[in-house]
Ligand binder design. Structure first.
Ligand code: PGA
Length: 252
């Protein structure tokens, strides 16, 4: 059976004390939650990874980074490499987020290199894809997502692909309060699963975890997660409040 995952993408928010308070609350509450079938992932900014990792030890959540270098090591000032994350026990890493694509010009090829770095270091990539508003208005959303996925992921072997989590995040829904309807999410997730089936066969497709992201919150998560091809969420704004995030974790 495929994994259900709820991951919180904190983006560039919180100072150390605020981050500590938030993750401590998540850790405390997680001990009392009966959600054994859901993997919970917290993705703080780099400086808080170690603290979150320490607090996750006794609890039932994993820690993820928000980005990784496409290179293994060397003269890349300001970047963080996959072996560094692995050496800290990091389990997951978001790659190809639309904010990285938009503000740092990340290409599908560069994201493919990042995915390879992560897999080589036993870190599960949470690979983001999704169309912009004009692309949806032009009816090209399926083509856009197919290109992102095939150019960044379909060079992997079936075995490697088995460790990848895909997050469908329509760019027009991120941070806008404009969520995709459950039908729009289901339609795209079913399409992504069909692409995976074509490339790797139905067994791999059935086992792939596909997350929805984009203004997913404590109120709409249940309706989104009720779809057969939606296996959880990548949560931005609503992951910054422990109560909201934990409500989402329990929305299956
Ligand atoms: P949002 O962000 O939930 O604030 O829309 C989601 C994301 O960017 O991962």
């Amino acid at each position: 059976m495929r994994k259900k995952i709820v991951a919180g993408n904190w983006k560039m928010n919180k100072t150390f004390d605020d981050a500590y308070e938030l993750v401590e609350k998540i850790a405390d509450e997680m001990e009392h939650l009966a959600t054994p079938s859901v993997d919970v992932v917290v993705c703080p900014p780099y400086p808080f990874l170690e603290m979150c990792g320490d607090l996750s030890q006794e609890s039932f959540f994993a820690v993820g980074a928000q980005d990784v270098s496409a290179h293994e090591s060397g003269a890349y000032t300001g970047e963080v490499a996959a072996p560094m994350l692995a050496s800290m026990g990091i389990d997951y890493c978001i790659v190809g987020h639309s904010e990285r694509r938009a503000y740092h010009n990340e290409s599908n090829e560069e994201i493919a290199d990042k995915v390879k770095q992560l897999l080589a270091n036993d870190i599960r990539p949470i690979f983001c894809c999704g169309e912009k508003l004009p692309e949806r208005e032009a009816g090209t959303q399926f083509k856009v997502v197919e290109k992102q996925i095939s150019e960044s992921l379909f060079g992997l072997t079936a075995d490697e692909f088995g460790d990848v989590v895909i997050a469908y995040e329509p760019v027009w829904a991120i941070g806008t309060g404009k969520t995709a309807t459950p039908q729009q999410a289901q339609e795209m997730h079913a399409f992504i699963r069909s692409l995976i089936a074509k490339q790797y066969g139905s067994h791999v497709a059935d086992n792939a975890t596909l997350l929805y992201g984009g203004s997913c919150n404590a109120k709409n998560a249940k309706e989104l997660f009720a779809n057969p091809d939606v296996d959880g969420g990548l949560i931005g704004g609503a992951s910054l409040k422990a109560d909201d995030f934990l409500t989402i974790v329990q929305s299956f």
